[in-house]
Design a protein around this ligand. Structure first.
Ligand code: 26W
Length: 799
């Protein structure tokens, strides 16, 4: 406390009582920084002394959210900070809320990267993140008249206290130019680049603090800056504006995060971003290796492994080849041997519209030398199939890295890596049996599964301190370091006295969320109602539409018979739609429109409320998840690679209503039929319909009155200002034959919701189920996942 007072005084010349929340926030961050800088230096030294193999996690996204609270927690200072702030008459939460979320990710993929960093440091692994310091993160979402409106997220408006600029470690990245091939006197080829555009990549390091273990790893984010040659003095107006223009276009490279989730667009600036990340990181990796290990580069794979997070950083493969050959004079064969031992690739989606393919002309123009290398990789790979797998010859067009004028990045990533993994069991199986079948035939040993995980420190210990404390009272605190020990809770699932305490914690969390909802929206919600939550990016395959159709159905039922005996339900949504995703935005509008009718209709006596919380992000998730009773995981089976929100909600005692998709399947396997609500088509059934047809949405429209009523309401303006307001949703279902099987799964979904409601009425059964879920959730700690990566792929050891 004294330290905090002294820091506030030093920084602002004020007493704490006069200081603003922001000033206190900064004073606290500097205490944490003082605490961790020595540990940061010491950690790097220890890795060096131990000659530790290094794992580099390359990702275009790191959705780290806010760090003050998790840093305090991991340093063991959170209780102290809470106490000091309270003693000084300040509300800790108000201080922590001063931090602007670092929203440097779209959704699951970026958040997974952030959870992995937390687990790597907490388990004392030498694993570090490499990404881009976007000046604008994912857009801020406002809802205006029910519509999503996007605002820029200038998260660096206030100084970011966790980053450390390392200008002296800047490197150059080159674009464009001409490649010249010369023959050296020894007969080998030399490649020279001329007239390239040089960009400076300046690193900003963020400390990643392990949980109470004095380990501090690094997240390095590269920022693009203009690079001025020595004699580049500014002469005259013309040159001056030219320079400004030039500078501006360079800074654009790390200007903003592309706000697209699950849909790929071949934008040149995005390609630039990818190469910028990859080139600066690989240069740094090689520099570090030379500095830290007295070994020849041919032995790089003994000390370095690079995980590429989806295909976005897959240009790292040709970039490594380029440096080894053009700068380190390796032959092709030797360079390829090293490269293919260093890279491992994680796939996060099988949706064809998300798979990256760049026009070959774009790569050739922007990165001529890299294009040459990809071309050569492709030639050799295709020849290999031709000679070694004659039975696959006719598959070459669908396997070639360059085909029909496009460069297929997933194919490049598979060919250039020693490991390819999916992110949940079913997802990996689909990769092996369908999407990447031919590659699996050639490289069966490369494919492996690593089911996703989440950090239980942020998502339970930090976000839900009441639950965490209660758990520790019951089973002790060992679960914090060994989350699988949550399983000991199973002994208590019948203990009524204890279940009541769990109930009490949930109720308090629900009250807190209800207050928050009231502050944000002015809507009152009763904390005795069922809090039913669907929070995730808005996408057709995630089927928020199925959820809102069910709500409309309930509303229609209540209108017909207001006295139905029903536990009040509050349906909470959080979801951002990609700015250009028209249909997704229509669904947001529909949810908000339904909310505006249902929430103010006195006839239904508050039995139903619909809350759309705008700007869903990490911090908002931390508020919603601890208060959830029901977790909606209702994607069309086969479409959700894994999901991770499902795990967070389970860990906080919410019961899942879900399809057999992604990691839901593994949750179901663990908790058993009686602790989860599963419904709907299976992945096999869905794939069978896609392949063989046989589904007609219109048949359901004609036979199911409930469905017809809803769709007609959409079409006839019952929800909306005018007829046809939601015509695109209507058409999509009836004229495009409901591509995500919303109508097909509608009936089982309603029926399963009835089971949910019945189960909720039986308090002890419900609480028992809830506790079962918490008990089994330790399996989904990212500590487990990271250990599996470390043992099977990275071959790295704990400090
Ligand atoms: C090129 C545009 C783009 C951007 C991001 C295409 C695809 C993506 C990601 C692959 C989308 C994503 O976040 N995928 C999610 O990854 C999570 C972590 O593995 C999984 O849990 C989710 O199921 C998956 O949708």
């Amino acid at each position: 406390m004294e330290k905090l007072q002294a820091n506030v005084m030093k920084d602002t010349g004020k007493e704490v009582s006069e200081a603003s929340n922001k000033e206190i926030f900064y004073a606290l961050t500097s205490i944490v920084n003082e605490e961790i800088v020595p540990a940061w230096v010491a950690t790097q030294k220890k890795y060096k002394e131990k000659n530790s193999k290094q794992m580099y996690y390359l990702s275009m996204e790191f959705l780290i959210g806010s760090l003050l609270k998790s840093n305090l927690l991991n340093c063991g200072l959170l209780p102290l900070a809470d106490l000091a702030l309270q003693k000084l008459g300040r509300n800790p939460e108000m201080i922590y809320a001063q931090e602007h979320d670092a929203g440097l990710g779209n959704g699951g993929l970026g958040r997974l990267a952030a959870c992995f960093l937390d687990s790597l440091a907490s388990l004392q692994y030498a694993g570090h993140g490499y990404g881009i310091r976007y000046r604008y993160g994912l857009f801020e979402q406002r809802i205006i008249h029910g519509n999503q409106v996007e605002l820029p997220d200038y998260w660096l408006k206030d100084p970011y206290p966790w980053e450390h600029r390392k200008e002296n470690e800047a490197v150059h990245v080159q674009f464009h130019g001409k490649v010249h091939m010369l023959q050296r006197t020894d007969g080998s080829l030399e490649f020279k680049y001329e007239n390239t555009d040089k960009v400076m990549a300046v690193p900003y390091d963020i400390p990643i603090i392990g949980y109470e273990n004095n380990v501090v790893n690094t997240l390095r984010l590269w920022s693009a800056e203009a690079y001025f040659e020595e004699n580049d003095g500014i002469e005259g107006n013309h040159k001056y504006f030219h320079e400004l223009d030039h500078q501006h276009s360079i800074e654009q490279i790390s200007g903003f995060l592309y706000p697209d989730d699950s849909s790929y667009e071949g934008k040149e600036l995005r390609l630039k971003q990818q190469y910028f990340l990859v080139s600066s990181t690989i240069q740094h990796v090689i520099k570090n290796f030379k500095k830290d290990f007295q070994l020849p580069l041919s032995r790089l794979a003994e000390k370095v492994v690079i995980q590429i997070n989806d295909t976005h950083p897959s240009l790292a493969i040709p970039e490594m080849m380029r440096i080894l050959m053009d700068e380190e004079r390796f032959s092709w064969e030797d360079a390829w041997k090293v490269t293919t031992k260093v890279f491992a690739y994680t796939n996060h989606t099988t949706m064809s519209e998300a798979l990256e393919k760049w026009p070959k002309s774009m790569i050739n123009y922007l990165l001529p030398r890299i294009y040459m290398i990809i071309d050569e990789i492709n030639e050799r790979f295709c020849q290999g199939i031709w000679f070694d797998y004659p039975e696959l010859r006719d598959k070459i067009p669908e396997m070639a890295i360059i085909a029909y004028e496009q460069v297929h990045m997933a194919r490049l990533a598979i060919v250039g890596s020693f490991s390819v993994n999916g992110v949940a069991r079913i997802h990996t199986e689909i990769l092996k049996k369908q999407e990447m079948k031919n590659f699996y035939t050639i490289f069966p040993d490369r494919f492996n599964n690593k089911t996703n995980g989440i950090t239980h420190r942020r998502w339970l210990l930090q976000a839900n301190p009441k639950l965490a404390t209660l758990i520790s009272e019951v089973i002790g605190t060992q679960w914090i370091k060994r989350p699988k020990q949550l399983i000991s809770l199973l002994k208590y699932t019948k203990d009524r006295g204890l279940l009541e305490k769990f109930d009490q914690v949930k109720l308090e969390n629900k009250k807190a969320l209800a207050n928050f909802i009231f502050d944000r929206t002015g809507i009152t919600v009763d904390e005795q109602s069922i809090f039913d939550v669907q929070i995730k990016r808005l996408h057709e395959y995630k089927r928020q539409l199925l959820n809102i159709f069910h709500i409309i159905y309930l509303y229609n039922e209540l209108k017909e018979n207001p006295s139905i005996d029903m536990t009040p339900r509050i349906f909470i949504f959080g979801a951002k739609a990609a700015p250009s995703y028209h249909l997704a935005k229509e669904v947001i509008k529909l949810i908000n429109t339904v909310a505006s009718i249902v929430n103010y209709d006195p006839a239904i006596q508050g039995k139903l409320k619909v809350i759309f919380l705008e700007n869903y992000n990490v911090s908002l998730a931390e508020k919603i998840i601890p208060a959830a009773d029901v977790s909606e995981q209702i994607s069309t089976a086969s479409k959700e690679a894994s999901g991770t929100g499902n795990m967070k909600l389970m860990m906080n005692g919410a019961l899942t209503i879900g399809t057999l998709d992604g990691a839901n399947i593994e949750i179901h396997d663990l908790v058993g039929d009686s602790n989860i609500f599963i419904f709907g088509l299976t992945a096999d059934e869905v794939l069978n319909y896609y392949q063989n047809g046989g589904y007609l949405a219109r048949d359901i429209y004609h036979t199911d009155d409930r469905v017809r009523k809803i769709l007609d309401q959409l079409n006839k303006g019952a929800f909306g200002l005018h007829d046809m307001e939601f015509k695109d949703i209507y058409y999509n279902i009836l004229y495009h034959n409901d591509p995500y099987f919303v109508l097909k799964d509608f009936e089982p979904y309603i029926e399963t919701h009835e089971l949910v409601e019945q189960a909720y009425r039986d308090r002890f059964t419900w609480l028992n189920m809830s506790l079962n879920n918490i008990a089994y959730s330790g399996k989904f700690s990212s500590d487990q996942t990271v250990q599996e990566y470390a043992n099977d792929i990275w071959k790295i050891k704990r400090l």
